[in-house]
Design a protein around this ligand. Structure first.
Ligand code: ZN
Length: 304
């Protein structure tokens, strides 16, 4: 055993380097252990070199990725800033719109301004370097701010929409168009009745239609038919309830085409002009009632 080891130690390895053109060759001799040691050293240097170069490659890749992330962050920051600016503009338009609609006084508008102030006060310079956790949380909170502001704007837009719808509903439920086109032959107020020759308060306007019975009578507002039928001296009549305290009456009709309980839209045909009941000729006796009292119908249709 010892002999074999000794033999291995005594063995020599000779490297011959032979240049071209017949020059003298170089002989390098070394013991087996030294050759082994040299191989191990070469191998270690090769492995370490590969490892270090791999580290360098990873480092440069990280630098590149970081550069890309900074660019992306700046891009998103710019977008967030633009969105906040846009929301500010929308808020200003909304304030003007509310003012125009008379939803609130200017002071009330400012007092009730969502988030209690302009966005520009809370704005952060997003293009600053984000280099710590505090900056990241500020960035996140501003993104959340955009979400919150957007939600506020949505609610406000819904309020404005509801406000307009309510106003529209009131307008359509208010007797505001002429029931027929014609001449007003008898106005609202005290008069001598043309047939019984007695002083009376005429709580309507009488509208004469030259076309007579072919003239359609239209509902002057959206509502519901509460009466459609005969009513003594008023002849064939229609009474509509419009809600909000308003009702209208259409009298002396020749023919009715709506029934009790039916819903009608503004402008819908209720029947035709006639001379039923106590009447001197084809005309429409039109009444407007508000909170249980007759009022002058002309004040709603003047200028139309
Ligand atoms: Zn009348």
């Amino acid at each position: 055993m010892f002999k074999r080891i000794k033999n291995w130690f005594d063995k020599k390895l000779t490297l011959i380097l032979a240049p071209s053109r017949g020059s003298r060759s170089w002989h390098i001799s070394m013991s087996y252990p030294f050759a082994t040691f040299l191989s191990v050293v070469f191998f270690s240097v090769f492995v370490a070199g590969a490892y270090i170069s791999d580290l360098y490659i990873s480092y440069f890749e990280a630098v590149n990725t970081n550069r890309k992330l900074v660019l992306e962050k700046n891009l998103y920051s710019k977008k967030v800033e633009e969105t906040l600016d846009m929301l500010q503009k929308v808020k200003n338009i909304e304030m003007q719109l509310r003012g125009m609609l008379g939803m609130k006084s200017e002071r009330k508008i400012i007092e009730n301004f969502p988030a209690g102030g302009a966005l520009s006060d809370d704005k952060i310079n997003f293009t600053d370097e984000i280099d710590n956790i505090y900056e990241i949380s500020r960035f996140t909170s501003n993104v959340n701010e955009v979400k919150r502001e957007t939600w506020e704007q949505e609610q406000s837009a819904k309020n404005i929409n509801n406000f307009i719808m309510r106003k529209r509903d009131i307008l359509l439920s208010t007797p505001s168009i002429w029931p027929i086109f014609g001449y007003v032959t008898s106005g609202y107020g005290w008069r001598t009745h043309p047939m019984i020759q007695k002083r009376e308060f005429h709580r309507a306007i009488d509208i004469y239609s030259p076309l007579g019975r072919s003239t359609p009578i239209r509902s002057t507002a959206r509502g519901r038919v509460v009466v459609a039928g005969w009513a003594g001296s008023l002849g064939k009549i229609v009474i509509l309830d419009h809600g909000n305290g308003f009702s209208t009456r259409y009298c002396h009709c020749s023919n009715l085409i709506v029934e009790q309980g039916e819903k009608v839209e503004q402008g819908q045909i209720l029947g035709y002009v006639g001379s039923t009941g106590l009447s001197t000729g084809n005309h429409l006796h039109y009444e407007v009632w508000y909170r249980g009292k007759p009022i002058n119908p002309v004040q709603f249709v003047r200028g139309r």
